[in-house]
Ligand binder design. Sequence first.
Ligand code: ATR
Length: 286
Amino acid sequence: MTDKYAVIGNPIAHSKSPLIHQMFAAQTGQDISYEAILAPLDGFAATVERLRDQGYKGCNVTVPFKFEACRIVNDVTSKVIDVFDLGENADAINTLVFRNNKIIGGNTDGVGLVRDITQNLNSNVAGKRVLLMGAGGAACGVVHPLLDQRPQEFVIANRTLENAIKFKQTIRGTAQFPVRSVSVSSYPNLSGKQFDIVINATSASLMDEMPNIPKTIFAPGALAYDMMYGRDTPFMKFAREHGAAIVSDGLGMLVEQAAESFYIWRGVRPDTASVLKKLRAELPIA
Ligand code: ATR
């Protein structure tokens, strides 16, 4: 019998997840279906429960429901829920598993980002000076897997400094990188500092804007990574003009986080390189 999966979001029509998971399924011979489901803004929990009751095996969760997904998981924790040990950060959740009427949640975004950086872009986070820009859901989903890599320095910068301070208070840190070693900064205060990896986890690119970072921010050989995909963002253009050696959008992260969800659901690791190549042909950056 075909096992059913879905991605829930609002909006959702743009989602590449159905295409990615169908490619993974074809490649690995897994008998699954995967559809995009639009949930009303006030109807996320009801949608999840409906899918679970209809026998779906799991789902991905995207904007704007990642924090709410965590609440659902925690709400039911006493009865039924377990949280994946994935990046230890379950404050924003992108993957749910329905098993024995239980909802299990976790986040594969950070693992996806780290895999894209280390495997697809052949860079290291270990030993590097890392700047994470943004303090919302996107930043929350990736912070622990990045810290797990044991960077040399880790700074979170945000337009509203107060939000960065609050965000830091939600971070648990890792054995590799304790939270006391994480710094927070405004963008202007980054003046004079340089980073080997600069990650844009803000939603500024959606509005064709970018954080107000100094032009000198990129260390020689730096990687500039925008978690947005399918467009050349102002941050990516800025990075190219101001000395970043590698500039990437988030398409690889999208494919890698999907692969990790697929692995959790199916126990099979798909080949991501061929899928990324096909998607890149559809979504060139330029
Ligand atoms: P997401 O789930 O995509 O992270 P979010 O939780 O609303 O969305 O968070 C948006 C993030 O992008 C925040 O860090 C926000 O900064 P503020 O805390 O100051 O609001 C950041 N952001 C949005 N637009 C921005 C812009 N034009 N310049 C810089 N940062 C921006």
